[in-house]
Design a protein around this ligand. Structure first.
Ligand SMILES: [Zn+2]
Length: 284
């Protein structure tokens, strides 16, 4: 059932757990998430990374929103649609026009004042249209350069409180020892800092850079205020592996038409991993 992200985040907050937002670059990934959610009876978010439209062109903006809503309408479990990291008012409004009712405004690379001003503008326009906004304070950097260990980038609790008050964001991405992509070594989340942020804010907190953080740390974070958890790299890796399996199993020269069975084959390989993530991490 297509459900507003705001309602799914409220459910997660009430259950003291986290919904998983899966980065889905195309219909196969989105369909896999929706089917896994239905099978495990776990609410989930299908999340678009805007560059998959603008740079890699694996999907269209409006078509993505419509196909996720169509998939969601076929199941009973709540499914939300969210657009990940976007950086300008104009492109966020394009996503809203295309049917996204939940977006992220990431101004975390700017000064606190600029980040507040940019995010506040997006929130005002988005709320007027019933759209919820995720902001980011501190900066979730890149795992490949060990940004997860750079405390200069970590979220400061007083800045988080000010940011939420000034902007009116609906959820907040935090930097607490997490980073995007492949970690060089096992990351360690700063749970004390998370508690301090949670104590002075009242919106659901969001953890980016979810691939590679051990499950025990994730479960602690989810019971300490994190209600949305972004998973991209691991999902893409498993998708890639499933495509490799398919190409090993079938020969294009022998039977070129076999390509039409690839989505179904790949989904069958991929879905158990998604179900496992939901069953292990979500406690709705
Ligand atoms: Zn992110």
């Amino acid at each position: 059932m297509y459900t507003h992200v705001k309602d799914i985040l409220r459910m997660a907050k009430e259950s003291n757990t986290s919904v998983i937002a899966f980065i889905c670059m195309d219909y196969v990934m989105a369909r896999t998430v929706v089917c896994a959610a239905e099978k495990t009876n776990t609410p989930a978010l299908v999340m678009l990374y805007p560059e998959h439209v603008t740079i890699q062109k694996t999907t269209g903006l409006k078509g993505y929103a419509e196909s996720v809503k169509e998939l969601a309408a076929q199941v009973k479990v709540p499914i939300g649609l969210h657009q990940d990291h976007d950086y300008t008012y104009e492109s966020i409004m394009r996503a809203v026009d295309a049917g996204f009712e939940s977006v992220m405004m990431d101004g975390s690379m700017h000064s606190l004042e600029e980040n507040i001003a940019m995010t506040k503008r997006v929130v005002a326009a988005a709320h007027a249209r019933g759209v919820c906004v995720e902001g980011e304070i501190g900066h979730v950097g890149t795992a490949a350069v060990a940004d997860n260990k750079n405390e200069d980038l970590f979220t400061k609790p007083d800045a988080a409180a000010l940011f939420c008050r000034e902007t009116g964001v609906d959820s907040l991405a935090v930097s607490i020892g997490n980073a995007h992509g492949e970690y060089k070594e096992t990351p360690h989340l700063d749970i004390e800092r998370l508690d301090a942020i949670h104590a002075v804010t009242d919106v659901p907190l969001v953890l980016h850079g979810g691939s590679g953080i051990p499950d025990d740390q994730l479960l602690i974070a989810f019971s300490h205020g994190v209600n949305k958890f972004n998973l991209g790299t691991d999902f893409l890796r498993n998708y890639f592996k499933a495509v490799q399996d398919y190409s090993r199993e079938f020969d294009a020269v022998q039977d070129p038409v076999k390509i039409i069975n690839m989505p179904e084959y790949v989904q069958a390989k991929l879905q158990p991993w998604v179900e496992n993530r939901m069953k292990t991490l979500c406690r709705f």
